[in-house]
Design a protein around this ligand. Sequence first.
Ligand SMILES: Cc1cc2nc3c(=O)[nH]c(=O)nc-3n(C[C@H](O)[C@H](O)[C@H](O)COP(=O)(O)OP(=O)(O)OC[C@H]3O[C@@H](n4cnc5c(N)ncnc54)[C@H](O)[C@@H]3O)c2cc1C
Length: 589
Amino acid sequence: MPSENFYLDNEDLRFQMERRVNWASILDARSLLSGEDAPFDTVEEAVETFLDLLADPVGSLAAQRIAPRAAEIDAQGCRLVEGNVILPEGMKQNLKDLTEADLMGFCLPRRYDGLGFPTTLYTAATEIISRADASLMNLFGLQGIAETISRFADEELQAKYIPKFSSGEVTGAMVLTEPDAGSDLMAVQTKAVLDDEAGIWKIRGTKRFITNGCGDVLLVLARSEDPQRFSGARGLSLFLVERSERVKIRRLEEKMGIHGSPTCEIYFDDAPGHLIGRRGRGLTQYVNWLMNAARLGVAAQCLGIVEAAYREALDYARQREQFGKRILDFPPVAEMLVEIKVTLEAMRSLVYRTSEAVDLFEGYSYGLEGMDRKDPHYGEMRRKKDQFGQIAELLTPISKYYTSEAAIRLTSLALQVHGGNGYMRDYPVERLFRDARITNIYEGTSQMQVDRAFSKILKGGMSHLLEEKARTEWSDDRFRSLAKRLEEGYRRFVRCLEIVQDRRCRDPETGEEVVDGDFRSLMARRLVEMGAELYMGYLLLEEAQLWDHKLPVAAHFISEVSGRVLLHANAIEEGETIPIQRKEEVLLG
Ligand SMILES: Cc1cc2nc3c(=O)[nH]c(=O)nc-3n(C[C@H](O)[C@H](O)[C@H](O)COP(=O)(O)OP(=O)(O)OC[C@H]3O[C@@H](n4cnc5c(N)ncnc54)[C@H](O)[C@@H]3O)c2cc1C
């Protein structure tokens, strides 16, 4: 029997929403209970509204309408006809359903007809929708475009565009990548020239790989400053460009997965643009904010994809018989399913802790705007803003990195459980495997997420989080013995971090002793993984104190993590450097 509701049937997501998320803190930070137009009187009322929304319409729509259309959308894909993108019929219906259910302005301000709900709730909705159809998330998830306008554009632009996003009248796109500027967005060459007389900017250049590039409102990163005076990121600004005949869709990519989401090459032919915020802040501030929001969205997309793949694999393993018994009873098959489920629960906990940190940071940031420095609450509010800002900056790239790498591995395991059938189009797991593959590429590749997370780890962000967890008083011996293993891992992590930080080499040009940047770059992934998995181990252990089901989950995860920590630590302590120093010898040909 297919599920009727993708929220109500998901015990672990419900556990996160109903017992784990600290809604009271979020509501307080986000001023949803106090202030003139606060929508709720009590925490209970707010939480009831949030959970009801997840059940209906989000969970019911996802299960009953979106999921049944996914296979056909995947088979049809998008088409480009005379410069216009045609979405698959089912995708048009999906967007109509979401709009009619008033779900397109989730986090947008209420004064512009949005729902003004917390990020954590949006993350949950994104997860549920991605479970039904990962490619729909790419359009539903573009609400960050409107949030960026809401946060950084002037009042006039906000008033003009945000209500249209809230009502679902327009969709947007994030237009950054160019043929020669992918991971390195500082290399963007699209030009923005100010037409002084008309008082408008004109945008010229080619962008590629743009999700929903056929949308109505495009946020375009372009070079507005003289490169001789302001090179790299300092010369880039962000522009709002409306779809017009000066915005030409030149090509639609034929992709491996997420077929319902159009990926466009766009040529801007002196298209008129409005500056968002201030010149020169485009990449460093606004795109940075937008991409962080999008990264959390991708992490939620990964949760949804893995949830769907897990359920397919479990159903299959219960029904399929070989050698006279169901394949679920063969330990190697059970092991694959346990690995998927345990990792899914670990990463879900990570993603919702990240969302909470984002909510608290955003909430305190808003609260501080316009607050008098002499206000007795100013200092405390400022401290909390900085604290949660640092946690969000650390956990966002870690969530994106970890969940996307895991989604690829875990959907592959789910396919493996299906044997040959898994390779066939007849089974949804084949699509889920293809859809998962993009997640560690867009919104910044895994290598770029590691780079970003590692810069925060070097500043002590992860050590601080782990130290705090290591000080927990556990209620009984079952938890204490697992916590001890995590603490051993944490000590090893700290030692390895010191090794990487202290490592020096000779500068080939000056002969001086300098930081060994290549070694840092090579070992960054290992340290990010060690830190992330130890942190998730602690999260699962905390959850095991609330729900018995989590104890074997935590025990399995911690056992696996202990082994992986040793593996990484050995590589770092031995100083394994063949990929740096001897790559030419290895990479023949
Ligand atoms: C389906 C799809 C949808 C997309 N949607 C959008 C969108 O809506 N808007 C948008 O602007 N872009 C979008 N993109 C573009 C996407 O963000 C880029 O593809 C991505 O950032 C990588 O850039 P690249 O493809 O040029 O790869 P490159 O930057 O050329 O990277 C190639 C490889 O080198 C590695 N690498 C590069 N630099 C470093 C480094 N310094 N250290 C370590 N490793 C490095 C990368 O990790 C990667 O493995 C989309 C892409 C796809 C495939």
